[in-house]
Design a protein around this ligand. Structure first.
Ligand code: HEM
Length: 404
């Protein structure tokens, strides 16, 4: 998933939208002071604006922020389509199966990915994840500060992804730089160039696996069939491209938000160090509190949704940050409260498109947090540091300077 800035241009308000449901809301807004972006989003969407409204900004779209509305939108693919609704930078208009597909094809392609992303297949990755976490923490020895995002949160998911794909991990620096260009650059040209480099690599790697098949994910994809027809190398590249972009920066963001929280809450670091059995709950509760994806759908037919008239072709954006922090759904949502136990959230969305990489993300986040707390003393934000917060389809922190 990526976060390339879309032009924040004004857009003519379509006739079917009543004036009282129009508000200027910009998903790219970037608060420069506390609170964090999730709470800024919640304050605006839940306390200042209607539950469902239309913004003319960023090409014009409906905005949905409540948990019950989100659930209705994302479980009704016939009315709210994923096709053509993606926000990824897209050289050659590359399709992104299965994310931009609807039923029935969506499930067929999703099943193909489950060959290597199902939880039972991931448990064998745990030792890799553990050793990569420890290697990165080793590199901090003798220091008392770091840029957590750049030094830990970016390389860790990229190297884990490369190991899963059986790619040459000695090229980690190149992959990290593509990932940073594609995902973190605000300049569409830089992002596009990074995407082209990734495509070139994927094409070469796929050609190699065609000649030298193994039991790695690309070989499995190349050998897979949908409706009895073998996947083409082009289709395999589209799927691998989605996996890389969806499966690396998201974990980076989650790790960075987790550390942003912990660095401001030393009592939670102490607590988890004394109660490592609560790390699973802490991961879920921080995923909930710091949900950061805005999902996009396109309306397929004229429809009245929750009393609001929508038209075929309208875009709908649902804020998962707002839905996971919906006070009609969870009490005191702004608090990371481990006593809630496992509070359901939508950091990974819900419905047929719910994140297929969630088991891998959880594995990485839990192992990382346990190792970090086991090996590191309490950390805090560097003196005077407050991160630059990014809005957009994927909200993120530009960097995170911590000390210990
Ligand atoms: C904390 C980390 C992650 C978060 C917060 C996250 C979030 C999401 C969300 C919200 C969606 C739904 C998009 C929509 O409904 O339009 C999604 C879909 C997806 N994610 Fe993740 N993701 C994470 C990690 C991963 C990882 C590690 C992978 C794979 C290696 C991955 C692969 C995918 C794929 C392939 C889809 C499309 C699924 C479909 O359309 O059926 N994600 N993710």
């Amino acid at each position: 998933m990526s976060n390339v800035a879309s032009a924040n241009t004004d857009h003519k308000i379509p006739d079917h939208i009543p004036p009282h449901l129009v508000a200027d809301y910009d998903i790219w807004v970037e608060p420069t002071t506390p609170p964090d972006i999730q709470m800024a989003v919640v304050n605006k969407l839940h306390h200042q604006l209607p539950d469902i409204f239309y913004t003319p900004l960023n090409g014009g779209h409906w905005m949905v922020s409540r948990m019950d509305h989100l659930r209705k939108v994302v479980t009704d693919g016939a009315t709210f389509s994923s096709s053509g609704a993606s926000t990824l930078p897209n050289p050659e208009e590359l399709p992104l199966p299965p994310q931009d597909m609807d039923a029935p094809d969506h499930m067929k392609y999703r099943k193909v990915l489950l060959q290597f992303l199902a939880p039972k297949d991931l448990s064998k990755q745990a030792p890799h994840v553990l050793s990569l976490c420890n290697k990165l923490i080793d590199d901090l020895e003798g220091r008392n500060s770091c840029n957590f995002k750049e030094e830990i949160a970016v390389p860790l998911p990229v190297s884990i992804f490369m190991a899963i794909m059986d790619w040459d991990t000695s090229r980690i620096r190149e992959f990290v730089s593509w990932s940073v260009d594609i995902i973190s650059s605000n300049d569409p040209a830089v992002s596009y160039a990074g995407m082209l480099k990734l495509q070139e690599f994927l094409s070469g790697e796929i050609a190699y696996r065609q000649e030298n098949p193994g039991d790695d994910p690309l070989s499995l994809l190349l050998a897979s069939k949908v409706d009895g027809v073998q996947l083409t190398p082009q289709r395999v590249r589209e799927m691998a491209n989605l996996l890389f972009t969806a499966g690396t920066d998201t974990v980076t963001n989650a790790m960075t938000y987790f550390m942003f929280h912990l660095a401001r809450h030393p009592e939670m670091q102490d607590h988890l160090r004394g109660h490592p059995e609560e790390i699973d709950v802490a991961v879920e509760e921080m995923l909930r509190r710091y949900s950061f994806v805005n999902v996009v759908r396109r309306v397929t037919r004229d429809v009245e949704f929750e009393g609001v008239q929508m038209r075929a072709g309208d875009r709908v954006i649902a804020s998962l940050a707002a839905a996971s922090n919906d006070d009609r759904w969870v009490k005191n949502p702004e608090q990371v409260d481990l006593s809630r136990g496992r509070c359901p959230h939508v950091a990974f969305n819900t419905g047929p498109h719910a994140c297929i990489g969630a088991p891998l993300a959880r594995l990485e986040l839990k192992i990382f947090l346990a190792e970090w707390l086991r090996r590191m003393p309490n950390v805090k934000l560097a003196d005077g540091f407050w991160p630059k917060q990014r809005g957009g389809a994927i909200m993120s922190l530009e960097s995170l300077e911590i000390t210990w």
